[in-house]
Design a protein around this ligand. Structure first.
Ligand code: ADP
Length: 665
């Protein structure tokens, strides 16, 4: 390059043209250099760009001439930035107007040591006009450090946020895991309390139960909090009855208020909308938290819950809820910290009343998610009023759940599907106490197999199972022929949000019970569904119940036999049967490996070969699986594929019967 040979020029002062310019002012240059800045001037007439000495030092060419043609100056700049800088300079030179405005751009320059330096070039517009020329002037600032710092900061922030999210996810997982054994403790203690116990033992067992409940409350808070923090908490948007949700929160806290001798009142405004859309579970949670706090921090007097409409517009109601207590109140200085994480107003209070200081933080997060506001007014010694305001769309579809028919009955064989021993033992114990027998399996696959072989009156299905999950297993059971495919399936789940309920409604699952298991609720649900059992007599696996023509279209086989002869058709059938057994096995393997591509291929062939022999059921299954794999709907694909095994058995049995070589009966 020629730059170097042109180098060793004089500094701006020596290079000065006879007329005075800004860059002739060494004092300014020195002052600017202290701020990592240099003056730039460009005289288009003379085609000279002059930049102060600090710049040359910054780009690692201190020996370089301060004055050079524009093209050479631009040649120093990274190719990507060259066009912008050139346009900006030329634009300034050509500017005819008078309105003053500064323009700037960022450029990168690579030093001879291969460091990338970043500069901001800011030009003043219009420049200086002389009789013969128009001088473009500006400042070049070294922004390398500032940008590096900013990038480091962004990176550090991203790292910190990532670590924080990872931590929250970890906490969410752990607290979820903790709930399972606590669930066992609570359930088993409940059972224990129902047995004959001495006074002292009863007292011990009650203490275990209360402690378990307290532990569960804390873990639930932590879980919610961690979910909010890691962005895992999503709100639902479904229709629900607003007054009922508030009333249920009040009902759930009534006993505690009564035990403390407090009045707990729910005063809904007459204009409160009945049906709204939103997340009833989360709304109830906020109310429960605030009402529980009010009861906790009030020793005498009352707690009043109010709800009213602030505004109604376009069928959206802005609602305000207030929870007023006559309790200890909160000092002014503590108010700002109140809704922050892990903050209790006063550690001595925490010790007296207990708590994690997470409740209000969770409330705030939830109300924030609902795009609402939350706050408090309080006077020490007189009481507090916590309030929150949210906007909810009014109206919505009426919710109805399919209702079972049938009277409660005992002695129903129940299939319990749960991979957690504590849970399954608890379920078995509860079922036994109700007079039902039960078998336990621990995977979705085994559940489908058991449902195929046995004749159960009810399936209690854990939703989170390894491999085939609860929904898929339920779908596969539904695909079983005859009564076996109609067995009521009740999901046992830790998180049944309204969305989950909605999902159940659209899935093969009939109902659900929540973990931790509430004995009364459990008993009711089991009674409801066990009542639909019509007794043993469901067909055995080797005696297909579906009418044969659902499985085989004999007309197709006959047509084929008429065309290619009975013998040939029979051979085709034999070939198909052997092939089907292998294919079913391959599909099972693909299913276990969750290999959608393999499944798709097998489904395609299954459809083709079954279609040509008139094997209706397998043809339909092949078509469904293929459709699901094409749509990328893995769940549906796998669930449908799980039904191929049983359908293949039925088909083989029916084929043996329909073999064209067999003399007609
Ligand atoms: P905790 O689980 O500790 O109760 P919260 O976040 O629910 O956590 O509450 C934080 C703190 O706010 C409490 O420890 C208490 O000091 C104060 N507080 C909350 N509600 C009330 C209330 N109704 N009256 C007085 N103090 C309250």
């Amino acid at each position: 390059m020629s730059e170097r040979s042109r180098g060793r020029g004089a500094g701006p002062a020596d290079a000065a043209a006879p007329s005075a310019t800004l860059s002739d002012a060494p004092l300014y240059e020195r002052a600017l250099a202290a701020a990592q800045q240099s003056i730039l001037e460009w005289r288009p007439g003379a085609d000279r760009v002059t930049v102060g000495p600090a710049f040359w030092a910054q780009i690692g060419r201190p020996e370089f001439g301060p004055s050079l043609p524009l093209a050479d100056f631009l040649g120093l700049v990274a190719a990507d930035d060259r066009v912008d800088l050139g346009e900006m300079l030329r634009g300034c030179a050509a500017y005819e107007g008078d309105s003053a405005a500064d323009v700037s751009t960022s450029v990168r320059i690579v030093t001879p040591q291969s460091d990338v330096r970043e500069f901001t070039v800011a030009l003043s517009r219009p420049g200086v006009r002389t009789a013969s020329d128009r001088i473009v002037v500006g400042i070049v600032s070294d922004a390398t450090e500032a940008r590096r710092l900013r990038r480091d900061l962004v990176e550090a922030r991203n790292l910190a946020e990532g670590a924080n999210r990872a931590k929250s996810e970890f906490i969410a997982t752990i607290s979820h895991e903790i709930r399972t054994p606590v669930n066992g403790i609570l359930g088993m203690t409940g059972l224990l309390l129902d047995t004959k116990l001495g006074d002292e033992q009863r007292d011990f067992a009650r203490t275990v139960q209360e402690s378990g409940q307290a532990l569960l409350d804390i873990v639930t808070d932590i879980l919610d909090f961690a979910k909010v923090e890691s962005g895992k908490l999503e709100l639902e948007q479904i229709a629900f009855e607003l007054p009922e949700v508030v009333a249920s929160a009040v009902r759930m806290t009534e006993a505690r208020a009564r035990a403390k001798g407090l009045d707990l009142l729910w005063q809904p405004d007459a204009k409160l909308p009945r049906e709204v859309q939103g997340d009833p579970g989360r709304l109830r949670q906020v109310l429960l938290n605030l009402i529980s706090n009010a009861i906790k921090f009030t020793d005498k007097g009352r707690v009043v819950v109010r709800g009213r409409v602030l505004q109604r517009k376009n069928r959206v109601a802005r609602l305000r809820f207030e929870i007023e207590d006559t309790g200890i109140g909160i000092g002014e200085s503590a108010l700002p910290k109140l809704f922050q994480k892990f903050s209790q107003v006063d550690s001595s209070i925490a010790r007296r009343y207990g708590g994690t200081g997470l409740g209000l933080a969770v409330c705030k997060s939830l109300v924030d998610l609902m795009a609402g506001d939350i706050g408090v007014e309080s006077t020490v010694g007189q009481g507090s009023t916590f309030w929150f305001e949210i906007a909810l769309p009014e109206g919505g579809a009426k919710l109805d759940r399919p209702q079972p028919t049938g009277a409660p009955r005992a002695g129903v064989p129940v299939l319990v599907v749960d991979d957690n021993q504590v849970n399954s033992r608890l379920l078995v114990a509860l079922l036994t106490r109700m007079g039902h027998s039960s078998d336990v399996v621990d995977t979705g696959w085994k559940a489908v197999e058991a449902a195929r072989q046995g004749s159960y009156g009810l399936v209690m299905m854990d939703v989170q199972l390894p491999g085939l999950d609860g929904y898929e297993a339920a779908a596969a059971i539904r695909a079983l022929p005859g009564k076996r495919g109609e067995v009521p399936i009740v999901a046992v789940t830790a998180d049944a949000t309204e969305g989950d309920r909605e999902r159940y409604r659209h899935s093969a699952i009939n109902d659900f019970v929540l973990k931790p298991i509430d004995t009364n609720e459990f008993t009711n649900v089991v009674k409801r569904w066990a009542g639909t059992w019509v007794g043993r007599g469901a067909p055995r696996a080797d005696a297909p119940s579906a009418p044969a023509d659902e499985i085989i279209d004999r007309a197709v086989l006959s047509a084929l036999a008429a065309r290619i002869g009975i013998q040939k058709t029979g051979e085709l059938v034999d070939l198909y049967m052997t092939d089907l057994k292998e294919r079913t096995e391959r599909m099972r393997v693909a299913l276990e490996a969750r290999d959608m591509n393999a499944l798709h291929r097998e489904a395609h062939d299954l459809k083709g070969t079954s279609g040509s022999l008139g094997l209706t059921r397998l043809f339909a299954l092949g078509e469904d699986i293929q459709g699901a794999t094409q749509d990328g709907n893995e769940k549906l694909a796998f669930a449908t594929a799980a039904a191929v095994g049983p359908a293949a058995e039925l088909t083989i049995a029916a084929l043996a019967d329909a073999d064209p070589r067999k003399p007609p009966s």
